[in-house]
Write a protein that binds this ligand. Structure first.
Ligand code: CA
Length: 372
């Protein structure tokens, strides 16, 4: 017990010194923080339900990073057991499970719950919304997280940013999209608001879970599908069925995931463990984007070597989709005051962030990335 406390507290002290100045304060600083002030010694065991399958290491892996770091920083006293989608809770029912406290937390995407409240879309992304850096700036510095947390509070939960995919790909189209007219009657697998927009452009939209997409595309039940990006898409094997790989996924310009914790479980957590959780969640979130940025380039090279053709969506598709997206968000805002409040806050932040990012970042990126 003594040794465990020492080891645990020493690690916590190191973490505290680096990132959480509050820990160990008043006890003579990090050196003396090996007392109960930092780690209570209380054992906490949480169960996490993920909305993602174990095979998608980039998405699912963030929960494992969280669990591992929480365990390390607490000297093994604070344990999070991670369950993949469907193991103890179906993928899309994790928010309900957190609310009922049948699990302590979930790793999920807010936009899975737009049926409960359409404003949950802003926690993840909306078509033609913010890039990763803009979304993070809004959530973590611009007051966005408070807005989003107000939505989760209705479900007795508190949320923490839990990773991002970056701009997604447009996906795999058996028939070429030469103009917006080509989308009419096309059967496309695309969920959420992107699906609603695609439907307004004339496509027949279907929502299929990850494992059901390949057979549907193979037998022609759908003509096209989106998923995430090269690394994840390669695993599902869509390149074996069509070589037309469109970009960008304008409906998911930076899908931001969330760790969603039961409010009572959070409140009961010792203060030091709260810090440990916040540090670990932030690291897990950052690590997900790094994983994608590291793994997508190699996956893309493999796909191209296999004959995949990279095709940009035509300009008229992008413009029609942008217009339909704007109209859709405004319709929601007109119907619901809660939605309107978060929409207006997000919208003002987006305009401000776009104003900045359209200068140096855009000019540099456009110049240096010209020609791929
Ligand atoms: Ca997607």
């Amino acid at each position: 017990m003594k040794r465990r406390q020492f080891v645990g507290n020493a690690v916590v002290a190191a973490a505290s010194a680096a990132t959480v100045a509050a820990c160990g304060r008043g006890r003579g600083g990090p050196q003396a923080a090996g007392s109960a002030a930092v780690v209570t010694g209380e054992r906490v065991r949480w169960r996490l339900a993920s909305s993602f399958p174990r095979g998608l290491d980039t998405l699912f892996g963030a929960a494992e990073v969280l669990a591992r770091r929480v365990g390390e920083l607490s000297g093994g006293q604070f344990e999070i057991k991670v369950h993949a989608a469907g193991e103890i809770v179906p993928a899309l029912e994790v928010l309900e499970a957190v609310k009922l406290h049948s699990v302590d937390l979930a790793h999920t995407a807010g936009y899975y719950f737009t049926g409960k409240n359409p404003a949950f879309a802003f926690d993840t992304c909306v078509p033609f919304g913010m890039t990763v850096r803009e979304q993070e700036a809004w959530l973590l510095k611009g007051g966005g997280l408070e807005k989003v947390r107000a939505l989760y509070a209705d479900f007795g939960a508190v949320s923490f940013p839990g990773g991002n995919t970056g701009v997604q790909m447009g996906g795999w189209f058996k028939r070429e999209v030469g103009s917006a007219a080509d989308l009419k009657g096309m059967k496309v697998r695309i969920p959420g608001l992107g699906g609603e927009v695609m439907s307004r452009l004339g496509a027949t939209v279907q929502v299929l879970a990850g494992g059901d997409i390949f057979p549907a595309l193979e037998r022609g039940a759908i003509d096209a599908t989106e998923w995430v990006g090269p690394y994840d898409d390669e695993k599902l094997g869509f390149h074996k069925l069509t070589k037309n790989y469109y970009f960008p996924g304008w409906w998911e310009p930076g899908a931001s995931l969330s760790f969603v914790v039961n409010q009572r479980a959070w409140e009961k957590l010792p203060a030091a463990y709260k810090s440990i959780f916040e540090i670990s969640a932030a690291e897990a979130a950052r690590n997900m984007q790094l994983e994608y940025d590291h793994k997508n380039p190699e996956a893309l090279k493999r796909l191209l070597a296999d004959g995949v053709r990279l095709l940009p969506f035509p300009k008229d598709v992008m413009e029609a989709a942008e217009e339909a997206s704007r109209a859709l968000l405004q319709e929601f805002a007109a119907k619901d005051a809660t939605y309107r409040a978060i929409h207006d806050h997000w919208s003002a932040a987006r305009a401000s962030l776009h104003g900045w990012f359209s200068t140096a970042e855009l000019a540099y990126t456009k110049f240096v990335l010209r020609g791929g």
